[in-house]
Ligand binder design. Structure first.
Ligand SMILES: O=C(O)CCC(=O)C(=O)O
Ligand SMILES: [Fe+2]
Length: 384
């Protein structure tokens, strides 16, 4: 979501991000994915993790727009599924709206701020209206005191991330033939970082064939998640650009505690260094592996060991400051299996360019061409 507030504000501009906005007819109800607090779930979706309150910059700006009657323009991107059809451009100006209502309601377990927009010009049908739908009710006939009959349903997926993928399976991606020179230069550096780190570990390296560009606006972060999708190789290289950020890595809850949040025992407890009750868990594991106790006894002992133990999240074992130009390489399937990471930028614009290797067998054959590219000598990098 962007707002322009230079000099006297005549209008503001809002960009509807990829997910999470309900919009209908000529009025629309949206939940601004503003106050941060989004985290990635297992499916890679961003979900609301903390209460949105009225203090975030976007919400303050929306409240001011309402208070001072400032019209707002709304722009919809071509990956927003809201309209249920293809929109003509990457970004499409919908119209100018005024903000009629702002309220807070429950979104899943959290509070989310909702905004109702009312289109200013009701004399013509909107370009995005459904074919065959009725023209809008005029201003004179409208009852502005009522809430819209149809409520938007926010299914827990809110994202204001700016994301561009070059050759990726999950979201629609572009082929590298469309990538600007800067992206290919970055890929050259990330390829070098991947090769250097992986070779140093003694493993053989797979040249990255995917690049994800993520933008973090003010107050945005990526919560704890892993990148262990089955279609991806074990190496992930990220170039940080813009604002300084902090990356945290911690052991996943179930490996740290020895049981899941649903209190289910781990079938195979790896007893990782610095996990909770490490010594006792290691002792039981060894007795089980030596055949001194069978599966039932092993589970029994563990149930007794964990009785009355309240699970908790592990504290981060790695805390790393990432500055403009820094490269991070995560290598190894176990890092994604047993650990999770989070990145918290310092409140200003930041971009993360993440290069990975996608197994071609996981991708539709007609998508292969997107990952076909050769870096020019100027785009390659050898560390010098
Ligand atoms: O922003 C970053 O540096 C990391 C992003 C990340 O973890 C991801 O895209 O999966
Ligand atoms: Fe990640």
């Amino acid at each position: 979501m962007l707002s322009h507030q230079r000099g006297q504000t005549l209008a503001q501009l809002y960009v509807i991000p990829f997910h999470g906005f309900g919009l209908f007819k000529e009025a629309s109800t949206i939940t601004p994915a503003s106050g941060g607090g989004c985290t990635k779930d297992a499916a890679g979706n961003l979900t609301l993790m903390k209460d949105q309150d009225n203090e975030g910059a976007t919400i303050t700006s929306i409240m001011n727009s309402k208070r001072f009657n400032i019209p707002v323009g709304i722009v919809i991107g071509d990956r927003n599924p809201l309209l249920g059809r293809k929109v003509p451009h990457r970004y499409n100006v919908m119209a100018y709206f005024r903000i009629t209502d702002i309220w807070v309601e429950k979104v899943g377990q959290k509070k989310g701020t909702k905004v109702r927009f009312q289109k200013l010009d009701l004399s013509a049908k909107s370009w995005w209206s459904k074919p065959g739908s009725q023209p809008p009710t005029s201003h004179e006939e409208r009852d502005f005191s009522v809430q819209p009959e149809e409520q938007s349903v926010v299914s827990g997926t809110l994202t204001a991330h700016f994301a561009v993928n070059y050759y990726v399976v999950s979201v629609d991606s572009k082929g590298f033939s469309e990538a600007p020179d800067g992206i290919l230069h970055a890929l050259g550096r990330l390829t070098w970082a991947t090769e250097t780190a992986v070779s140093a570990s003694g493993d053989s390296f797979l040249r990255p064939n995917e690049l994800l560009v993520l933008g973090y606006f003010e107050e945005m972060k990526i919560g704890y998640h892993d990148d262990g999708e089955s279609s991806l190789g074990p190496t992930i290289a990220t170039l940080s650009l813009g604002a300084k950020s902090t990356m945290f890595i911690r052991m996943k809850y179930k490996y740290f505690n020895g049981f899941s949040k649903a209190k289910k025992l781990l079938a195979e407890d790896p007893v990782l260094p610095n996990c909770n009750l490490q010594v006792k868990r290691q002792e039981l594991r060894e007795r089980y592996h030596r055949g001194e106790i069978d599966q039932i006894e092993y589970d029994d002992h563990r149930h007794r060991l964990f009785k009355g133990v309240r699970g908790g999240e592990a504290t981060s074992c790695i805390k790393m400051e990432l500055n403009h130009g820094d490269l991070v390489v995560m290598h190894g399937e176990k890092l994604q299996k047993y650990y999770e990471h989070s990145v918290v930028p310092d409140n200003k614009l930041r971009f993360a360019l993440t290069a990975r290797y996608i197994k071609p067998e996981q991708v539709d054959r007609d998508e292969w061409v997107k990952g076909d590219f050769t870096l020019s000598p100027a785009q390659r990098y050898d560390g010098k």
